[in-house]
Design a binder for this molecule. Structure first.
Ligand code: V47
Length: 373
């Protein structure tokens, strides 16, 4: 595992000794072109934590609405309320869609959408309750801080009260979206109308204080610089140090359970002139994230966004999860993704095996479950 670049040697020593990396280490990692060395270091940590397992789940994505007033410059999914392609699904339509598309053995429905002033807390509690009633054993992972902060404002509630109401309706956990890049100046350029970093963290803190688990993300390949990425990762790590709750054996009970690096897809967005990240940068980023985020257990290579081939390679650059069947993806396909909008369990298991890892079916809390096939 000897890196060819001299500046990586002290970092490699720290990683092998299980020591925490600092801001400068993060910058040095992002400045490195030595992809094999970065991969080997990240893989060392990945295998220490998870051996050769690659987790997947059987899930379904539903976007309850694409109506959104936020106008994020990286987004091709959101539509203005008056746009003829804007839609808001009713709870009945959401349940009908789930009945139609939920794969056999599914353990999770993942729902996120736009923010629209017409939608108050009752709309969200309504679809969550309807889904729980129709599918009592399915985990409902829904709403990002962007939505929660907006619902709280529109419904004249605090973030805490909003989460309590959503939880009472049946929300089980929160997906990782809306994080983008935390730095104020970057947010100003790419998503000025949505919640800021302080509100994003406040929402996750309330989830964690209520004993729930959440995911987190970072969107790369737009206007951000390496220092913004390192800053982003260090803010997540500091939050996890402060708010994660673990049992006596160190297992996570509440806090960030999975981190998902996201690559900007430019097509049909206000930043379509940008090329998006290269394959090299994506893999380096996976490795750096695995190395910096020493207190977040899982790293997901979201195959929809990366493409199945890169998602396989990422399993050797720090990732230990590949997401799931998904079935019905819109956000990345509106932005030009050429992947299928869903995959079967057999396909997922095959592509995981083909890259030399062992496919392990999990539920939303990473409990292993016997595969359906
Ligand atoms: O916050 C939107 C990103 C996120 C584009 O928690 C884009 O398991 C690239 O967070 N190009 C939402 N990225 C998706 C997300 C997610 C996905 C899969 C699993 C989980 C999880 C979470 O998608 C947004 C934004 O960062 N995004 N548009 C685009 N054109």
């Amino acid at each position: 595992m000897m890196p060819t670049e001299k500046r990586l040697a002290p970092i490699a020593e720290k990683v092998l000794a299980g020591q925490r990396l600092n801001f400068e280490d993060g910058l040095a990692l992002y400045a490195s072109q030595d992809l094999p060395a970065l991969g080997a270091l990240a893989n060392h940590v990945r295998e220490r934590l998870h051996g050769d397992r690659t987790y997947y789940n059987i899930n379904l994505h539903i976007n309850p609405t694409n109506a959104c007033f936020a106008s994020c410059r990286f987004c091709a999914f959101g539509r203005k309320a008056f746009d003829e392609k804007a839609y808001i699904l009713t709870p009945e339509e959401i349940v009908a869609r789930a009945r139609r598309s939920l794969p056999e053995g599914a353990s999770e429905i993942h729902l996120v959408g736009g923010i629209d002033p017409r939608l108050k807390i009752e709309f969200y509690c309504g679809y969550i309750r309807a889904l729980k009633q129709a599918f009592p054993h399915v985990h409902i992972k829904t709403l990002t801080p962007v939505e929660v902060v907006f619902i709280a404002k529109m419904s004249k509630l605090t973030v805490r009260e909003t989460i309590e109401r959503l939880r009472e309706a049946g929300m089980d956990s929160m997906p990782g979206g809306g994080a983008e890049i935390f730095d104020d100046e970057v947010r100003e350029q790419i998503c000025e109308h949505k919640c800021d970093a302080a509100q994003w963290f406040e929402t996750h803190r309330e989830m964690h204080r209520l004993g729930m688990r959440t995911n987190c993300t970072m969107l790369i390949g737009h206007v951000e610089q390496p220092r913004h990425r390192v800053d982003h990762l260090m803010r997540l790590r500091a939050h996890q140090d402060e708010w994660a709750v673990r049992d006596e054996t160190g297992n996570l009970l509440a806090g960030f359970q999975c981190f998902i690096p996201l690559s900007f897809h430019p097509k049909n967005t206000a930043m379509s002139h940008l090329p998006g990240p290269t394959g090299h940068d994506e893999l380096r980023n996976f490795a750096v994230c695995r190395l910096m985020l020493d207190n977040i257990p899982h790293i997901k290579a979201y195959w929809i966004m990366l493409g199945v081939k890169q998602a396989q390679v990422a399993q050797w650059f720090g990732a230990n999860d590949i997401d799931g069947t998904v079935v019905n993806e819109e956000i990345y396909h509106d932005a030009g993704a050429s992947t299928p909008t869903g995959m079967t369990v057999e396909e997922i298991r095959r592509l995981v095996r083909e890259c030399g890892r062992t496919p392990v079916q999990r539920d939303s809390l990473y409990r292993e479950i016997a595969p359906v096939s």
